[in-house]
Design a protein around this ligand. Sequence first.
Ligand code: NI
Length: 174
Amino acid sequence: MIATKLKLRVYGDPCLRRKSAPVSNIGPAERMLISSMIKTMYDDDGVGLAAPQVGINQTIFVVDIGEGPVAVINPKIVKKIGKVTQNEGCLSVPGVTVAIDRPQQIRLHYLDENGHEQEGDFADLKARVIAHEMDHLDGKLIVDHVNPADRPKVIQKVEAKLKVMTNDKIQNSK
Ligand code: NI
């Protein structure tokens, strides 16, 4: 089995807005998906990628926060401490960064790619990336953290960026 780069879903794709379902069985198909998600994350220079971003509405995400790739399945945040506001971007929402409050520290329960239960404490950037990927599993995007008055302007920027990206793709395929 060879991991393949998956098509990244972008703002406007309904997959990004659905609530993902828990994974009931972790087998070869799920591990293959995880390998392909990791490849997709690296190819797109991301630090995290959630399954809805590749069109799969299952509660899986992958992250690499400087310690190699980690797969997280059926995660639950069981503890949050503190609050930090920082700018955040998203591969599926290009062209903007949004200031978002995230816990400074979280404790996460999850299953790894072998179906083993794991618990970990994560702080700072790690906590932020995980909270961001958890949002994806709930169908939530960074633009939803923008106050309603400023949101249309931010969405306009995203749509303009997507248009440029689509045009570039058409140019490159000619
Ligand atoms: Ni994202």
